[in-house]
Design a protein around this ligand. Structure first.
Ligand code: 9WN
Length: 465
């Protein structure tokens, strides 16, 4: 591999403190009293994996809010264990976000649904929550004995819910027979508009009249060039309707679902969370072994079924089409989150991160683009098709920290910091210029920057101050 690594600039302490204060102001503005909106404009409700990232950032100075964030989300958990991708805030006017509670009709979703809990969507997002709960507790340990007692009580309340969540994924979404969870909708991946889903979406045959007229609320708040196309949106809506109209029935997924994919990012996060759940179990005096067994199965499933030796990459597996999806996206890098990932795969991912696929030449380029820079359909501003996301950077940065801290890790930390200094707490960023796109004052950008800056301060990692 040619070395493409650049020297890492240093950040003065005063700048670091100013960034931390501004990040905290974003979180304060986005707090609703019981949870945090992903963004005041584009996403005025609570999102699932956003809540996990937000809790991780808040935990450095706001234990109570960090715990409340996760517990508010888990209040929307369905009777079958599913943690929905949106918990709706009833005080937000209908029509402020599409698809809203009426569209999902989750309360009518048989005994599987949210029961008497808050209105929710009917699909899920990557299971970051057990990892987030453990991280919140670790910050309490640093805060002293009183905080630890409250935090153990918090872990005691969320543990059974997290166990039910992981059981749901293994039992209801393990339909591919690989000990991996399959997603039924691109929105479940968290990387909604990634090129990974293109072929499956293109192959969908939507019967005339199957998608009713709807209004795209997202285009009121964001530049259409940053968002999915109308054609993609119709397909998203159609898939959601198909799952909803089948009563959110997971038992028939294999026979019926038009979209069924085992994705590396989703399963790597699940694996990382299963290890966290084992630690939580042990902190509470329970047996951690079942969670480690689950983590081991996911690890083996990823290596056996998602690792493509010819391409030397992890690739999503299309369960229906029985094929790997040959799109080189950041999802392929995420198995770094597996603490037991073998050296062969770690080395391949680190090489990829330093290669022309993900590491643009030139002084003003930023890590890590969400899609292969060399792909003909790479798009530097359309969401999930090229721009840099702070949560993805943070996940890769944490993953690399488990595998020997290679030099590219410090560059990723620098990119995260420089992007926010340059363009503010945006939703995503141009990998060449650092321009910000999507929403402003985006909560997980603020929360994960807080986490990064504190961790760098603790460990003395570069960039230093
Ligand atoms: C659909 C809230 C969410 C994130 C997703 C991101 C985007 C929603 C949308 O915003 O998705 O769930 O309307 O585009 O892709 O990862 O959780 O921040």
């Amino acid at each position: 591999m040619t070395s493409r690594l650049r020297p890492v600039p240093r950040l003065a302490r005063v700048e670091r403190d100013a960034l931390l204060a501004e990040a905290q102001r974003v979180l304060d503005r986005n707090w609703t009293g019981h949870s945090t909106v992903a963004s005041r404009t584009l996403y005025p409700h609570q999102w699932s994996w956003d809540a996990a990232f937000i809790a991780i950032g808040r935990a450095w100075s706001e234990q109570a809010r960090a715990q409340r964030e996760l517990e508010s989300l888990l209040a929307g958990q369905w009777a079958n264990g599913m943690v929905p991708h949106i918990v709706f805030d009833p005080s937000v006017p209908v029509g402020e976000y599409f698809p809203g509670p009426d569209f999902w009709a989750a309360h009518g979703a048989s005994e599987a649904g949210p029961g008497t809990g808050p209105a929710t969507s009917g699909i899920l997002q990557p299971p970051m929550h057990a990892r987030a709960a453990l991280e919140v507790h670790r910050r309490a340990e640093a805060a002293g004995e009183g905080a630890v007692a409250a935090s153990l009580a918090f872990l005691g309340r969320v543990y059974p819910k997290l166990v039910a969540w992981h059981r749901y994924l293994a039992g209801r979404r393990g339909v591919g027979g690989h000990h991996l969870a399959a997603i039924v909708h691109p929105w479940e991946s968290g990387m909604d508009n990634s090129p990974i889903w293109d072929q499956d979406l293109d192959e969908l045959r939507i019967p005339p009249g199957a998608v009713p007229a709807y209004r795209r609320h997202d285009l009121v708040h964001a530049d259409p060039a940053d968002r999915p196309t109308d054609a993609a949106y119709d397909r998203f809506v159609y898939l959601a309707i198909s799952y909803r109209d089948a009563g959110y029935d997971d038992a028939t997924l294999l026979a019926r679902s038009p979209f069924l994919v085992e994705d590396p990012l989703f399963n790597a996060i699940w694996c990382w969370s299963a290890h966290a759940l084992a630690e939580i179990a042990e902190l509470l005096g329970h047996d951690g072994a079942p969670h480690r067994t689950m983590a081991r199965r996911i690890h083996e499933g990823m290596l056996t079924y998602l690792w493509e030796p010819g391409a030397r990459r992890f690739l999503a597996w299309d369960v229906r089409g029985r094929r790997h999806v040959s799109k080189n996206t950041v999802s392929s890098l995420m198995p770094l989150l597996d603490p037991e990932l073998p050296a062969e795969q770690v080395d391949a991912i680190v090489a990829e991160l330093g290669s022309t696929h993900f590491h643009a030449a030139g002084p003003a380029s930023f890590l890590v683009p969400s899609y292969d820079l060399a792909s003909p359909d790479f798009d530097r501003r359309r969401y999930w098709r090229g721009p840099v996301w702070i949560n993805i950077d943070w996940l890769i940065w944490r993953g690399l920290g488990q595998h020997g801290d290679p030099p590219v890790r410090a560059e990723i930390a620098t990119s995260m910091t420089q992007l926010v200094r340059r363009s503010g707490f945006r939703e995503y960023f141009d990998p060449f210029t650092g321009d910000g796109y999507g929403s402003h004052d985006f909560s997980w950008t603020a929360a994960l920057l807080i986490d990064l800056l504190h961790r760098l301060g603790l460990t003395g990692d570069r960039p230093a101050w």
